[in-house]
Structure formats: C-alpha cells, structure tokens
Design a protein around this ligand. Structure first.
Ligand code: IMP
Length: 429
C-alpha cells in the first residue's frame, strides 16, 4: 500500500509543483483530486519554464500516469489547450492522462457567473475561471458530468435546463441565451470528441493500482486555508484541498492514505481577498514579493506577502494529519536583518493559539511575534543542512518546534536538484 499526499499548508502557492516534480519520479500515478484550472504550477522543461493548471506536474516523466479524478471540475477548453501545449513540446499524453467520467465540467456561463458574483457579492478575488459556479451546480444537482457531456442528447438537454435556471442572471448581462446555447453546442461537441479517449472510471483504476501496490501520489491544489470547510470562509475556494478531499474526490478509502506531506513556504503569501494576519505592507513585504517572484501563476496578480504564521500551519498539520513537512523558498529570505515568526494571535485581550473560525477575529486579530536574527548570502546550491548560515538553521528549527512536525526537505530553488535532504533516506512511499 503506497499512497502519498502532497498538500499546501497555507493559502496555496507554497511550491507544491516543484515538490511533486521532485517526488513524482518515485510514483506510478500522480493524481489531481479537487479544484480545476484555478491552480497553476510552473514547471521547467529543457530549461524553459511553463505553467500547467489542470494536468498534474508528473507529466514530465514519460512513464508516469496522470489522473484527474471526479472531485475536479474540468474546463474542456482549458484541458485541450494543455494537451496541445504538451504535444507541441513532444511530451506524450496518449495513454498517460486520464480524466474521470464523473468529474463535472465548466462551461462558459460558469465563468460569466463567476465574474458577475465578484462584482455584486462579497468580493472573494476569485480566479474567474468558473470554479465556484461549477461546484455550485454540482451541489444543486444541476451539474453536467463528463459522462453526460459525452452523450450528445443528454448534454443538450442538461445544457438547456442549466441555461433556463440561469436565465435571470444571464439575461441581466444582455446575453442572448439561444445564441449562447448554439455556440456552446457547436464548440463543445467538437471538444467532447477530443476528450473522449481520455475518459475512464478513475476510481476503479485507482482501486486496481492500489491493490497492485503501485505508488500513488495525490497532488492537492490551493492550500488548507483556502479549504471550503477549514479555510478562511468565505474567502476560500469551492473545494476541499485538505486530505479529506481525497476520499470523496477520488473514491479512495481513508485507510489507504499513508503519508501526508505538507508543503510550507518560509514566509506567507496569499492572492485574492480575505484575512491575512501577518500581512506586511512595508518594504519587507515588497522585498519578499521581489525575491520570491510572488505573482500568481494563473492570473499574474501580485501576491500579498507576510511573515510566517505558525498558527495557520499548526491548524493545517492538525486538519490533515501531516507527518512530513517540506519547507520552500528559504533562500528568498536571505538579506533580511531580522525575521519575525507569528506564534499566536491577540484579540480584545485574549490570546489565540488555535486558528479562530470567527471572521471578526480573523480580520481584526493582531499577530504576536517572536523576532529572530536574519541571514545573508546565496544559499541556493547548498545541499547540506549544516552548511546553511547558522541563523537560517535556527529559523528552520524554530518553525519545526512551533508547528510540531519535522522538516524533512528544504527546497531552495525551482530546479529539482535544488534541495537539502535534511532527513536522509525518507521513505515517501
Ligand atoms: P477560485 O478558486 O477561483 O474560486 O478563487 C477563490 C480563492 O482561492 C481566491 O482567493 C483565489 O485567489 C484563491 N485561489 C484559487 N486557486 C488558487 C491557487 O492555485 N493558488 C492560490 N490561491 C488560489
């Protein structure tokens, strides 16, 4: 039994793509189980970076199979464009990429509704990819699954129902519903033929792979604080990037999940709206954004930057049962005189060691900081923990103490080789 999960412990963008790419070599299957093309991971192929949103990072290894399971919402257009990008790079996808027949699809009206909601409801700062509206349809029992989409007449009927249900909002946007339906039928029926060869029962495929003891790597998108249940609601995504998402998002039994690896950035970032207690609005925030190249891979938006918040990472450790941590982007902190670590929050005279659910406390609490000495110099290329500047070592040790899990690996750059194996010979699978 060999199932490993890689997930984000903050608000996404922790560097999961690089970590998955590092570990994928040891896996047989790399699986996306939630979210959609709102995610984005930068990969380096033959020295050139490129971004994938939907297809798992493991695709760069020719012998790996990549799965997109039922918990994901799939935009057929975005899927095709990624397959085309990979084909243009001569990266084979045939017989290696599989999508679930039970995944729900994103259609153009989901993107329209996403934008409309952003302008008239609480602004979440979504990626406007239609993710929330597609999941809302799923919950409202209006959704169109891949299997429905592939049956032309079923698709047409469901599309008609959906457009009728959304009439008020689309009409309000001056959209001609019959024209929209015609356009979707023309374009998306062609896309359905493109998608057909990739469609399988991914749950069954995984069940068989697990019974053969093959190695499965689940790649989460976004991060724990963007989880619909355990994140900073309502400023969250519409799925469960936490470990529990795997059971319903892929149909895998909880008892099969062995290793849960949390990826954690050495500082904190967030894109979109919502609380961020350790956010920095000064030169240090700008320093981290510049050094860390903190701009969204999907939307290009500058990311908000702040100090490391041990309260949220402890929360993630507990919600997910994390038993390994990988620290990323420590190199981007080099050059700071001092560094701060948030150990707890304070609100109206009370101290909070656990992450509070109240949106008022999340918004108005202030961080309680511990200040530590910074470090200098280029640390990229270092592969031995003891060769790091002593203050960088102390920082890592303090983070471990505060979150209660050992940091087994430190990533110091985009390249696969730029890592420190703090713990030797970790058995990931
Ligand atoms: P949505 O997932 O597009 O609905 O956006 C909801 C929230 O999740 C917004 O704050 C987005 O910025 C955030 N979000 C979605 N995907 C990602 C991601 O891959 N990284 C970081 N934030 C994300």
């Amino acid at each position: 039994m060999s199932v490993l999960v890689v997930l984000g412990t903050q608000w996404g963008d922790e560097g999961k793509g690089k970590v998955v790419h590092y570990l994928a070599e040891q896996a047989d299957y790399i699986v996306r189980y939630q979210g959609g093309n709102n995610a984005g991971h930068t990969l380096i192929y033959q020295g050139v970076p490129f971004v994938l949103h939907l297809i798992p990072s493991g695709i760069l290894f020719p012998d790996k199979r990549c799965l997109i399971t039922n918990g994901v919402v799939i935009d057929p257009k975005a899927f095709k464009s990624e397959i085309d990008i990979l084909s243009n790079k001569n990266i084979s996808t045939c017989g290696r990429v599989f999508i679930s027949e039970q995944a729900h699809i994103i259609l153009p009206y989901h993107r329209i509704i996403d934008s409309v909601f952003e302008s008239c409801n609480i602004k979440i700062g979504t990626t406007k990819k239609g993710i929330g509206p597609a999941y809302a349809d799923k919950v409202n029992r209006l959704g169109i699954r891949v299997v429905d989409y592939l049956e032309k007449y079923v698709f047409e009927e469901l599309l008609e129902n959906n457009l009728e249900a959304k009439y008020p909002i689309l009409h309000d946007q001056n959209i001609n519903i019959s024209e929209l339906k015609r356009e979707i039928m023309n374009e998306y029926n062609e896309l359905a033929d493109f998608i057909r060869p990739f469609v399988v029962d991914t749950r069954l495929l995984l069940e068989k792979a697990i019974s053969r003891n093959e190695k499965i790597l689940f790649e989460s998108a976004q991060g724990t604080l963007l989880d619909l249940d355990f994140g900073t609601y309502p400023f969250v995504t519409s799925s469960n990037p936490t470990v529990g998402g795997i059971c319903c998002g892929a149909g895998v039994e909880p008892s099969k999940i062995q290793n849960i690896l949390g990826v954690v950035k050495a500082y904190t970032t967030r894109v979109g709206e919502g609380p961020f207690i350790t956010e920095l609005f000064d030169n240090v925030g700008n320093f981290l954004r510049d050094k860390g190249q903190e701009y969204g891979a999907t939307t290009g938006r500058p990311r908000r930057c702040g100090w490391f918040d041990s309260v949220i990472v402890r929360h993630s450790v507990k919600v997910n049962g994390i038993n390994h941590l990988i620290l990323t982007k420590l190199d981007c902190m080099s050059g700071l005189d001092t560094m701060k670590i948030c150990v707890a929050y304070k609100y109206k005279g009370n101290v909070y060691n656990e992450f509070p659910a109240s949106r008022t406390i999340q918004k108005y609490a202030t961080p309680i900081y511990e200040e530590v000495k910074g470090f200098e110099g280029q640390i990229k290329g270092i592969t031995n923990f003891n060769k790091l500047p002593i203050n960088a070592q102390k920082y890592v040790k303090r983070l471990e103490q505060l979150v209660g899990v050992k940091i087994d690996l430190i990533s110091l750059g985009r390249k696969r080789s730029e890592v420190i194996e703090v713990t030797e010979n970790v058995k990931w699978f």
